[in-house]
Design a binder for this molecule. Sequence first.
Ligand code: PLP
Length: 366
Amino acid sequence: MAPSPPLLVTPGPVATSKAVRAAMALDRSAAEPGMIEALRQMQAQVGALVRMDAAYAVIPVPGSATQANEMVLRALPPPGAAVLIVTNGAYGDWLAHLCATMGRPHHVLRTPPLEPIRPERIARALEDDPAISHVAVVHVETSSGRLNPLPEIASLCRRLGRGLIVDAVASAAIVPLDVAHDRPEALVLSSNKGLQGPPGLAWVVAERAALERGRGFAASASLDLFDQHQHVERTGTFRFTPPTHVLCGVHAALEELAAEGFAARTARYGENWGAAAAILSGAGFPPLLRLPDAAPIVVTVALPEDGLAPAAVTEAMANRGYVLVPGRLAVPRTVRLGCIGALTPADTARAAAALAEVLRSGPIIA
Ligand SMILES: *Cc1c(COP(=O)(O)O)cnc(C)c1O
């Protein structure tokens, strides 16, 4: 039977629990003591999740994670210095697009989508160009599922004295993060994805000293990360009207994460991934990447040569009660089945069975 309402099997936004949705049904003022206390608790939970120490701050930022990425790229590299964008997929490419639109000097090191980024290539690029102050990289590339070697990249940035900016949107609560060890200047997380909250909020975990150095760099009022950081530290709330309902939902989602525990959550995602991958492999659609080369966020499979167009696959899945997101692909003519969110292995197995049926059905000849 098709799930009703339809189930999100996407890498974001993800299916949320009833409790998370219920927590958003109240109107609250951002300045209420309860809301200020809730934000403080959320900052502590996010800090613990990424294993940060006192040299770092957790900054809540309204909007999408892309906006938070932009705020970081504005806030940290000195004006005129270049950023090395290392990319093996659509989200890495998007970081380069952000730099291009804000007029930030940058170089792009593009590597093949299904392969891991090789740290020695980054080292060579940095040794060749002292004008590069920062490296920006996506930890888990959602467009393929590829897990990139963050500890190695972080270690070489420390060795070569460059700042590191990490898009960890698809890593948080999915794969381990260790800020106190890796010492990036900034890490960007979403309220959504593995945290299982509603979309509409992002978190920046940033080194306090790096924020101070970047005071005045933003060249934007609404995208000024330093200003938001200072305001939240001083008042316990946002500069402008915060997404209060979203904050309540994220608070409930973080409570659920604390109750489930990081180890159990990541194990569940692994089981969700395994259940879907087994069914798709059995039907002749093996995943392009397997764990642990991929993180358990999406199972990516190739569309059959003579099969349905990607848009038709999405439509046929929607008719069966499963919502996929088309586009944002690292490899053309692939489809991604999401494994994160308030889903169980039974959910992803049923979604995978529906997808296998759709992929086998071939194009409809009118
Ligand atoms: C989803 C995602 C983003 C973008 O998040 P938005 O909230 O849609 O802006 C960025 N990077 C990665 C790795 C993602 O998975």
